[in-house]
Design a protein around this ligand. Structure first.
Ligand code: LMR
Length: 397
C-alpha cells in the first residue's frame, strides 16, 4: 500500500527548525519558527504558568475525560480575554466558544463547521499569509481565493487594493484576517482600517474568520483585540480562532479555542453542537493540561496580574529588538531601508533581502530565516546582535 507514497517536502517553518537543531555551530542563530526567546536565547516556562502548574498538581483529582468542548471555565475566561469582560456579545448568548488543540486545531474546527453550514463558501486569504493557512484550511475542502495584503515596495498593508478586493467578495463567503501581529509580515491593520473592513463586511455580507494567535504581543492585550471586538459588536456573524501558544508560552500543550458568534443564542447552541460533532470525528477531545493552567491564571487575581506583567516584558523585549536590529543594519552597502521593522508589530517582519543573501546567511553564518525572509525578532538578543548585524551587512556588500 505505502509504496505509492512520495516523500513530502518539509514544512517551510518546521523543516527549518529541524535543520537549525542539527547545525553544530555555536554561533548559529534561529530567526525561524515563531517561538519567543528571552535575552539568553531560551524559551522559559512563564513563572505564572509554573505557579499554576503547582496549584493544578494539588487541585487536580482526576485525569478522566473532560468532554468535547473542554473546560467550561476556560471557555468563559477566554471569551472575556478576547472580547473584554463587558462586551455586549458575551451577555447576548450569541458567542459560543470551545477549547481546541492549539490555534491550528481551532482553525480546523472552525473551517469544518463553516463547510457544514455553507459548503459553497469560498475562503479569502490575504497574500501573504501564514504558510500553513492554505494547507490547513484548504484541506478542509475550501476553495481558496486571495486578496492582496502586503505591499513589498512600501512595506505596509496594501490597504487600497485589499479594500477594493473585499468590496467584490460575494455575500456568504469567508474572509480570513489576522487579529494582530500579522504572520508573516508584521504589518497590522490600523483601527481605522478595521473600521473600514467591518463596514465592507456589513455591506457585502461576508463572514470574517479571525485568526488571533498573538494577543498581547503587539500593542497590548486590549489594543490587540480592537478588530475582533469591533467585529463582534457590529457584525451578525464572526468566527475567531485563538491560541495560547505565544501569550502563555504553552506551545507544546496545544491550547487554543474556537469561537462562533451567530445571529441568535439558539443558533449559537446549534453551532456549538456541530463543532462538538466535528471535534469528536477528528480528535474526540482537546488536551486538558494547558487549558486548565490558563483557566487557573485568568481566574486568580494575583496570578493574572503576574502573567500580564510577564507578557508585557515579552512584548517590550520584542519591540526593543525591532529597534536594535533596524538601527544596526540601516547602514548597509546595498542601501536597503529597514525602518519598517520598527513600525511593525509582533514577532515577525520581512527582511526583504534576496534569496541568495538568505542562503549565504544560513550556509556561511548559521543564521536561519524562513525563505519568505520572515524573521522572528525574538531570536535576537544582546549576545548575538553584533554577529547578526555584521553577517547581514556582509552578505549585502
Ligand atoms: C510560526 O509561524 O512560526 C508558528 O506559528 C509555528 C508554526 O506552527 O508554524
Amino acid at each position: 500500500m505505502f509504496e505509492s507514497l512520495k516523500p513530502v517536502v518539509a514544512d517551510p517553518i518546521l523543516g527549518l527548525m529541524a535543520a537549525f537543531r542539527e547545525d553544530p555551530r555555536e554561533t548559529k542563530i534561529d530567526l525561524g519558527v515563531g517561538v519567543y526567546m528571552n535575552d539568553r536565547g531560551q524559551t522559559p516556562v512563564m513563572d505564572s504558568v509554573k505557579r499554576a502548574e503547582a496549584k493544578l498538581a494539588e487541585l487536580e483529582k482526576t485525569k478522566s475525560y473532560q468532554g468535547i468542548a473542554g473546560d467550561a471555565e476556560y471557555n468563559s475566561r477566554m471569551l472575556q480575554l478576547m472580547f473584554g469582560q463587558d462586551h455586549a456579545v458575551l451577555a447576548s448568548g450569541r458567542a459560543k466558544s470551545l477549547q481546541a488543540p492549539g490555534g491550528s486545531g481551532a482553525l480546523r474546527v472552525g473551517a469544518e463547521v463553516i463547510r457544514r453550514a455553507r459548503p459553497e463558501a469560498k475562503l479569502w486569504v490575504g497574500t501573504p499569509t501564514w504558510p500553513n493557512h492554505i494547507p490547513l484550511l484548504g484541506s478542509a475542502g475550501f476553495e481558496i481565493a486571495e486578496y492582496p495584503y502586503y505591499d513589498t515596495a512600501t512595506r505596509e498593508v496594501n490597504i487600497d487594493l485589499m479594500l477594493e478586493t473585499l468590496r467584490r467578495v460575494p455575500a456568504g463567503d469567508v474572509v480570513l484576517l489576522h487579529g494582530c501581529c500579522h504572520n508573516p509580515t508584521g504589518a497590522d491593520l490600523s483601527n481605522e482600517q478595521w473600521d473600514q473592513i467591518t463596514e465592507i463586511a456589513l455591506e457585502r455580507g461576508f463572514v470574517p474568520f479571525i485568526d488571533t494567535a498573538y494577543q498581547g504581543l503587539g500593542d497590548g492585550l486590549d489594543e490587540d483585540a480592537y478588530g475582533m471586538r469591533l467585529m463582534a459588536e457590529k457584525l451578525p456573524e464572526l468566527v475567531v480562532a485563538s491560541s495560547c501558544s505565544k501569550n502563555f508560552g504553552l506551545y507544546r500543550e496545544r491550547t487554543g479555542s474556537i469561537t462562533f458568534i451567530t445571529q441568535t443564542p439558539e443558533q449559537a447552541a446549534i453551532v456549538g453542537g456541530q463543532a462538538m460533532a466535528v471535534a469528536r470525528q477528528m480528535y474526540s477531545m482537546p488536551p486538558a493540561h494547558g487549558a486548565l493552567l490558563v483557566s487557573l491564571i485568568l481566574g486568580d487575581e494575583a496570578l493574572c496580574k503576574d502573567w500580564k506583567a510577564e507578557l508585557e516584558e515579552v512584548r517590550l523585549r520584542i519591540k526593543a529588538m525591532r529597534t536594535l536590529l533596524a538601527d544596526s543594519i540601516q547602514d548597509n552597502a546595498a542601501g536597503l531601508d529597514f525602518s519598517h521593522i520598527k513600525r511593525q508589530n509582533g514577532m515577525f517582519s520581512f527582511l526583504g533581502i534576496a534569496p541568495e543573501h538568505l542562503t549565504r546567511l544560513r550556509e556561511e553564518f548559521g543564521i536561519y530565516i524562513v525563505s519568505s525572509t520572515r524573521i522572528n525578532l525574538a531570536g535576537i538578543n544582546s549576545s548575538n546582535i553584533a554577529y547578526l548585524a555584521e553577517s547581514i551587512r556582509t552578505v549585502l556588500k
